[in-house]
Design a binder for this molecule. Structure first.
Ligand code: SAH
Ligand code: SF4
Ligand code: F3S
Length: 491
């Protein structure tokens, strides 16, 4: 028997029992595997050697880098201070837009003379680019000085691939097309002692027509809630204040498990004692449920900030992107979010120049920004990607026009961001102190609930603590403030 509260939520203490009661169609002992059981123990073959990992792309890649750093350090490797000193250079890559790929090829090209001077230098490429056949072909033909290429599904093989590469001069290509596994107990060397990333789900089943992610990350697979909650409790015990739950499409969390959904998980995560901020990324407007909105509204430790990538403000374009909602449905969702979460901060992702986007259709994206009044937006020029459905559509908006649309979008969003930030002047906010400011050691870099950077004078003993700050000056991308002892009213 399991219990649920009034809103139909499963209580945290009952999740295990509930899981045992429920039918679990996909995740079985077979495909939920332990790192120690699947990874080869190669011993301390990295002893006395150094490594550097260059990370591109999203938070998921950042977190994969923490996992691979953990593996390398278990093998005896230590971080290199600069790339020139490293014995192993690994590129953890992103395939989402072409310019990200060009940069990586540029970097790899510059390593060629280094490798000629030091034949013991080992070079690796992993992440989303490695999943693309065209990339692997280019490496084979133009960059044979790369030693190891492996993909997103088999990062647990890094130790054995390094071991193999020591004995061969050929590039080793070990890329899996897909995986139905979730791997537990991966080693991790977290970059930060205050904020942590936690994978909750891998892959994406949405297949938006422009996007390569479902091809590079495979089908959606959820980690079991009990594994995620155990990791969260561990992080709280280690003193972490903030966690970000990671998935390409967190709304779909649990669909493959069948007994739990994302709102249940979020609710359970918010009840883990000691965690003061639970963030999540990325959520799709398509199935952003009322249950999710209510969960965010109910918990003080879930920031009142929602990132809802719109991609376009025009229903025809959205249909061609296969986003699963119209402009009207998106705006209706925004209204519901604003009604249930007073003072919510909103942000978004937008693409300009999707095939066939007319000036009028682009104007709808401008007017969407005006209507919603996002605090911030990530804006991109459409980039045709291999294997995606949209690559078959003529890429008919000229480069010049794409650039002009991006510029106009940026100008409008910058104005709105500044106006939104100005509203905060004089308000007292509870912020988490992250670090010293990069430019001035007397100034602290802090982050508001809504993920804005706020600078304030203060001692570095405050790093890792929440403090109250009055906003003195608002700029487009950052805030300046001064410390106060006033209590911040509960949100
Ligand atoms: N899962 C996330 C998106 C991950 S990719 C989501 O659905 O929100 C991050 C952003 O990159 C997307 O939101 C989109 O705005 C942008 N993007 C993805 N593919 C792109 C492409 N082919 N060209 C330009 N921008 C793209
Ligand atoms: Fe890409 Fe769409 Fe999946 Fe996001 S939801 S990762 S944009 S396919
Ligand atoms: Fe890029 Fe792969 Fe993330 S394509 S955005 S690194 S999932």
């Amino acid at each position: 028997m399991t219990t649920s509260n009034n809103e139909g939520f499963i209580h945290i203490d009952d999740l295990d029992q509930h899981a045992a009661d429920a039918h679990r169609p996909t995740i079985t002992e077979r495909n939920r595997v332990d790192y120690r059981a699947v990874a080869k123990d190669v011993g301390r073959i990295g002893e006395g050697k150094t490594y550097i990992i260059r990370t591109h792309g999203c938070q998921m890649n950042e977190h994969d880098t923490e996992i691979m750093s953990g593996m390398l350090e278990e093998m005896g490797y230590r971080p290199a201070a600069v790339l020139e000193d490293a014995d192993f250079v690994l590129y953890n890559t992103c395939a989402v837009r072409e310019n990200a790929e060009d940069k990586v090829f540029g970097h790899i090209g510059t390593l060629k003379p280094m490798k000629a001077k030091n034949p013991n230098l080992m070079i690796g490429l992993c992440g989303c680019m490695a999943q693309e056949a065209v990339v692997r072909q280019k490496i084979q033909e133009k960059h044979p000085h790369v030693d190891i290429v492996f993909g997103t599904h088999n990062i647990h093989q890094l130790p054995e691939l390094i071991e193999q590469a020591q004995d061969t001069k050929e590039t080793i290509f070990e890329v899996w097309d897909k995986s139905d596994a979730t791997i537990e107990n991966l080693p991790k060397l977290r970059k930060d002692k205050i904020r942590a990333w936690v994978n909750i789900q891998y892959g994406c089943n949405k297949f938006c027509t422009y996007c390569i992610v479902p091809f590079t990350r495979g089908a959606e697979r959820s980690r079991l809630p009990e594994d995620i909650l155990a990791e969260l409790r561990e992080l709280a015990a280690e003193g972490y204040k903030e966690v970000t739950l990671l998935g390409q499409n967190v709304n779909d969390y649990g669909i493959d498990l069948g007994h739990v959904d994302f709102a249940d998980l979020l609710d359970a995560a918010a009840r883990v004692e000691g965690l003061e901020r639970i963030r999540f990324t990325t959520s799709n407007p398509w199935n952003f449920t009322d249950k999710m909105i209510d969960t965010i509204a109910r918990h003080d430790n879930i920031p009142k900030w929602v990132h809802l990538p719109a991609q376009s403000g025009n229903s025809q374009v959205l249909r061609r992107m296969k986003r699963g909602y119209t402009r009207e449905e998106y705006l209706e969702l925004i209204d519901r979010v604003k009604a249930k979460i007073p003072n919510v901060t909103l942000s978004t992702d937008l693409i300009v120049g999707f095939p066939g986007e007319t000036e009028e259709q682009f104007q709808d994206t401008l007017s969407l920004i005006e209507s919603v009044r996002y605090d911030s937006a990530f804006m991109f020029i459409y980039s045709p990607r291999a294997d995606t459905p949209a690559i078959r559509l003529p890429d008919d908006v000229s480069d010049e026009e794409k650039k002009s649309r991006l510029r106009r979008l940026n100008e409008l969003q910058d104005r709105i961001s500044l106006e939104q930030n100005k509203k905060l002047e004089g308000q007292v906010l509870r912020v988490l102190v992250e670090s010293e400011s990069k430019n001035n050691p007397d100034v602290l870099q802090t982050r508001t609930d809504s993920n804005k950077l706020l600078h304030v004078q203060g001692s570095k003993d405050l790093i890792g603590q929440f403090i109250n700050v009055k906003v003195i000056e608002a700029k487009t991308w950052t805030l300046n403030g001064e410390r106060v002892n006033e209590e911040v009213p509960a949100v």
